[in-house]
Write a protein that binds this ligand. Structure first.
Ligand SMILES: [Zn+2]
Length: 339
């Protein structure tokens, strides 16, 4: 262990004591796309004690350009990102205890997962989940690090309950909502720059060096050579429903979460059943094959070709309908297959 982390221990900001702290911490990473795979790799190599990573998607060819944990083999096997990430992270650092969850980070699940967690990393692609993370962070007093990028543009902000404004406060001054989903493409260096900001802050928080923690909101555009750091100390809003005195944690209300969602920047609709239930993929594959459908799969998911569309079904009954953005149409396809 000494040799493995020697360069990090030599760094004065961390030292032996800091390394000891890092090795005892538990980080929850929400999303295993571009930001999630980058953050997970940095934190695994840094020797974080425990990591939980959750993701609802599986690996596709278009991910390989920037999602650094994945390979062509993962694409060929259609491995869920959480499962592929777990495999790769174990190979990188077997000291780290890794838990991978294939699923949707609903408010209920987040509240369950944060038990014993010291820090949450934002690696989601949607606003709904970020707001739920923000409420969970305030309710359970767990810091989290916001990060997002589109094109060559990216941003990051650390939210430490009781010390900084929360994401809900920030919404009053920065129009973050429109920036979370974009079809305009993305370059890998923008992802890496956000990961660098997020993981540097993560290390500071894990070694409990709150004096070093950045309190400003960083944004940059690598193509236009712009870098901005905005002071946020005045952004805290006393009437904030997430971190104010009369807080209600509005984003933890399950009813606020839609059950059918168009996925970020894609012709894909996610459908989540009202109540999660384990389904037998093997039996379903048998039934569908006998009805003449072309079915492929692995132990985690089933892919069904249906003319223009393709539906991928996970063990918990959740499905991704590819080839449409029409919620009603996607629902009818789901019902045809899963009743
Ligand atoms: Zn707030």
């Amino acid at each position: 262990m000494d040799e493995r982390y020697s360069r990090q221990v030599l760094f004065p900001g961390i030292g032996k004591e800091g390394q000891e702290k890092i090795s005892k911490k538990h980080v929850l990473i929400i999303g295993a796309g571009a930001l999630g795979s980058g953050s997970a790799e940095v934190l695994a190599r840094s020797g974080v004690g425990k990591m939980t990573i959750i993701d609802r998607d599986y690996v596709e060819a278009s991910n390989l350009q920037r999602q650094q944990l994945y390979t062509e083999e993962d694409v060929a096997e259609k491995l869920p990102k959480a499962a592929a990430a777990e495999k790769r992270l174990r190979a990188i650092n077997s000291d780290v205890e890794i838990r991978a969850i294939i699923g949707d980070a609903t408010p209920d699940l987040l509240e369950e997962l944060v038990a014993g967690v010291d820090l949450m990393m934002d690696a989601t692609d949607n606003f709904e989940t970020r707001m739920a993370m923000n409420d969970v962070s305030q309710k359970y007093n767990i810091p989290w690090i916001y990060g997002a990028c589109v094109g060559s543009y990216g941003m990051s902000f650390s939210i430490i309950p009781g010390k900084t404004p929360c994401l809900n406060c920030l919404l009053r001054s920065i129009p973050l909502q429109g920036l979370t989903c974009d079809t305009g493409g993305i370059i890998s260096p923008a992802v890496q720059m956000v990961i660098a900001h997020q993981t540097a802050e993560a290390l500071k928080i894990l070694v409990e060096d709150y004096d070093a923690a950045r309190t400003s909101f960083v944004s940059f555009d690598l193509w236009r050579n712009e870098y901005t750091s905005l002071k946020m100390s005045k952004a805290k809003f006393a009437g904030c429903l997430s971190c104010g005195e009369e807080r209600t944690y509005p984003y933890l209300d399950y009813e606020n979460m839609t059950k059918t969602t168009v996925l970020c920047g894609r012709d894909t609709v996610q459908i989540r059943p009202a109540a999660a239930s384990e389904i037998s993929l093997e039996r379903l594959a048998g039934q569908l094959s006998s009805l003449g459908y072309v079915v492929k799969g692995n132990p985690y998911l089933l892919s069904v070709e249906m003319g223009e569309e393709r539906m991928v079904i996970f063990q918990d009954g959740r499905a991704l309908v590819h080839g449409t953005k029409d919620l009603t149409h996607a629902k009818s396809i789901y019902q045809r297959i899963l009743g």
